[in-house]
Every structure is written in C-alpha cells, then in structure tokens.
Design a protein around this ligand. Structure first.
Ligand code: ADP
Ligand code: ASP
Ligand code: MG
Length: 420
C-alpha cells in the first residue's frame, strides 16, 4: 500500500467545480489502494485578494498579522475539499498547518519549515480517511502562525512527503509539467520529461514559478522525487530527481524570466571597508531578500551599489536603505520597478564555453540592453527592461534551439552558437 502526497495549486482548486474534480481524483487514488494525503493552496486568486485587502489598510502591516490573514486562504480550501469528499461518500479529514505538525521558524511571511510532526495526518490515513493539509502555513514552537512565502504550498507538500516517507509526491498544477520556458509566454516551449534537482533549483531561483525554490531544496535535501503534472488531464508530467547517467544532457534546459523584482541603486557610497556589510546587514535585519548585487568601479573614493529585491520586500527595503544612506553619507538612492530578469539554465554550460557570448549576442540582436549580469556554474542571468522581457525570452529560446519544431536541443552553429 503506497503512501501518496498529491498537491493541488490555486487554479486547480479555483472554483467549487474544480474542488469536486480534485475530490474525485483523490478518491480514485484511494480506491486504487493508496493511502492519500492531499496538500492544497488557496482557491484561485484568494492570496492576492487578501494581500490587496491588507494594502487597503497599510503599506507595511505587521508581518505577524499578515500571516494571520494569509493563512485563512488555505483553510477555506481544506474544509471545502473535505466536504466534497464526504459528499461523494468517502471519508476525509482536513488539517491546518498547525494541526498537521508543520513546525516553522518565526520569519513571518517567508518562514522555513524546521520539522514535520505529522502524527495526526498519519493516524487519519491509517484509519482509512483521505487527509487534507493546508499548504503554505506553519506554526512556530511558540505557537505563532506563519506562512512560507509565495508558492509555499509546494514546500508543504515536499515536507509532508519527506516527513511521512511517502512513496510518491505529485505536484498537480495548471500546466502539463516543467517546460523549457513559461508556456504562457513561449507557445513553442517544450515539456521536459526529467529535470535534475540542480537544474530545477536554478530554474526556480530564476523565476520559473511552477515550483517554489524551497520546495526543490527540500526535495533535494531529503531525496524526495517530484512529479509535476496537470490537474486537468492524465498526461505524465515532469520528474524532478537527482541527475544520473541515464539522463539526457541538453546543454540548455530552459529560459526563465522574473518580473517580480525591483532594482535599487545607492549612489556615491564612500568606498571603504564595511560599507557592503552595513548595507546588506541592514537589509537582512529587515527581512529583505536580495538577489543580484553589483558594485561599480570606484571613482574619486565613492561607488554605486545596485541590487535586486522582490517587489513584495520593497517597502521594507527602501526604509532600510534610507537609513543606511543617511548613516554612510551616500548621495542618494533610487528604485526601478520596471526591470525583469531573464536567465538561461543548463547543466551543459559547465563543459561548453561560449554560451554566455551566444546569449549576449542574441539579446543584442533583439535590441535588448543589459543592465546587470550574474552567473552560477549552470545559469546566466541578465537584468533588462521589463517591457522587453517577452522579446528576450523568445529570442533566447529560439537561439538555443529549444523551440518545439527544433530537431535537437543542442545548440546548432546555424543558430549562432559558438560553443567550443
Ligand atoms: P500552482 O497554483 O499550481 O502552484 P503556479 O501559478 O504557482 O501554479 O505555477 C504554475 C505556472 O508556472 C504556470 O501556469 C506557468 O505559467 C508558470 N511557469 C513559469 N515558468 C514555467 C516553466 N518553465 N514550466 C512550466 N510552468 C512555468
Ligand atoms: N496560496 C499561496 C500563494 O498564492 C501559496 C501557494 O499557492 O503555493 O502563494
Ligand atoms: Mg505555485
């Protein structure tokens, strides 16, 4: 008897009709003889609507209260789904994050799961019920409700799967799997059958929101194999697991984009030891995530520092920057919210020089200007103007031979690739 964890995202439970569809799918799994644990998100745009309600009250609400508010979204879904299963003549029992034993740290709105004490969930499935766990929420050891950051239900699912030693962890969503680019932006994108944890980590970090970054980290750390698939059909999706020699090795696995970040520049910062520590120390103290960082060449004893940060952290970031600018005697600071990040991800980059040059050439030919560049061993990211993001992603997808009509995933010299 297998133990399966099945996670359904917001669109998949967006209406009561969809909740009934999910209920039937869970019952089917149960009737196959599996022990079934469902993890669900808030319905449709509920989390966005709750955020909008909060911003109608304050531009920087206390984060503890934000979590109180946001955690209600998932609680609605678990109750409705349990009712749906009951209405179809089967047993189900819903659990909030707290009841499901999801223990997190106290960093409100982006808490990390520290432990899963899922005894009650296990008891429910052992007793023959379908257990339904609210995604995206946890409880600190002090008893405070937390949320796990946008997309956090994915992480709940993986953590529950790891905690229960599940045989299968399926992430049901509104696309058929992980694609070579967001299929909503690039119609020629291709579904990947298998992706390594390493590549999926980079894709998630670079904006492919189909899986939350922390979910992939958790899966890798605990060896949980993920199956990302559609809740709208039965097609096999994408397996995310440890790389091995049986995997195909495309040089580039995907092109990702992210328009959720803003760029902050602090101008004329004195160029002396401790300045970067002061800036980024203050941002960290303010619970602000920082992604890319650039420090310009020093001129006349001062320099500019730019960084990107999620727009949702911007109010806190600008408060922190304001203070630090005054303390350091920097000239001023500015925020640019009209930026986007495009990234190329592929394990083959490690062994194929020339990928960066091909990428920059493709973007230049498409008339796209680069304002920041960062790399890891298997990713190259560029910050560009938000208005050009679609042009940039499509140009890269074509240049690197990823379009669905392309015969090979390798870069062909004809496409401008110069790899060796
Ligand atoms: P859920 O509510 O099921 O968690 P999300 O909206 O969080 O769904 O994630 C699924 C969405 O991720 C898709 O609808 C798609 O537009 C987007 N996406 C971005 N990049 C990719 C990619 N490389 N592959 C698949 N989907 C992607
Ligand atoms: N409801 C949360 C969000 O919209 C968590 C999730 O869907 O994974 O981000
Ligand atoms: Mg999601």
């Amino acid at each position: 008897m297998q133990l399966v964890v099945m996670k359904f995202g917001g669109t998949s439970v967006g209406t009561t009709d969809r909740v009934m569809v999910v209920a039937r799918r869970l019952i089917e799994a149960k009737e196959r003889g599996d022990r079934v644990v469902a993890v669900v998100s808030a319905m449709g745009d509920v989390t966005d609507d709750l955020l909008a309600l909060a911003s109608g009250i304050s531009d920087a609400p206390p984060e503890r209260e934000m979590d109180m508010l946001l955690a209600t979204g998932e609680q609605v879904t678990i109750a409705l789904l349990a009712m749906a299963i009951h209405s179809l003549g089967h047993r189900a029992m819903s659990f909030t994050g707290a009841q499901a034993g999801i223990v997190s740290d106290a960093s409100h709105t982006k808490a990390r799961i520290q432990a899963v004490r899922a005894d009650r969930v296990l008891e429910a499935v052992e007793g023959g019920a379908i257990a339904i766990v609210a995604g995206f929420q946890g409880l600190t050891p002090e008893g405070e409700i937390t949320t796990l950051g946008r997309g956090g239900s994915d992480t709940t699912a993986v953590a529950v799967a790891a905690g229960l030693g599940a045989d299968v962890c399926e992430i049901y969503t509104d696309v058929d799997g992980v694609y070579t680019a967001d299929p909503r932006m690039v119609p020629a994108a291709v579904k990947l059958d298998i992706v390594s944890y390493e590549e999926m980590l980079e894709m998630a970090a670079a904006g492919a929101r189909v899986l939350q970054l922390r979910a992939v980290e958790f899966a890798r750390n605990h060896g949980v194999v993920l199956h990302v698939r559609s809740s709208f059909n039965d097609s096999p999706g994408t397996i995310v697991r440890e790389a091995d020699e049986t995997m195909e090795h495309a040089i580039i696995s995907g092109v990702t984009h992210d328009t959720s970040e803003a760029k902050v520049t602090i101008r004329d910062v004195p160029d002396r030891p401790g300045v970067a520590a002061a800036v980024f120390g203050r941002l960290a103290d303010s619970n602000v995530n920082v992604d890319m960082i650039i420090q310009n060449v020093s001129e006349a004893g001062s320099t500019d520092i730019s960084f990107t940060t999620p727009k949702e952290d911007l109010v806190r970031a600008t408060r922190a920057v304001e203070e630090v600018v005054a303390e350091l005697g920097a000239r001023d600071w500015q925020v640019d919210e009209t930026v986007a990040k495009v990234s190329l991800v592929g394990a083959g980059m490690k062994t194929h020089p020339g990928v960066a040059a091909t990428m920059f050439r493709a973007l230049a030919d498409a008339g796209v200007n680069l304002s920041m560049i960062s790399t890891s061993s298997i990713r190259i990211s560029c910050v560009i103007e938000a208005a050009q993001v679609e042009t940039a992603v499509r140009a890269l997808h074509t240049t690197f031979g990823l379009d669905s009509d392309a015969v090979t995933a390798e870069i062909s010299p004809a496409a401008g690739g110069n790899l060796n």
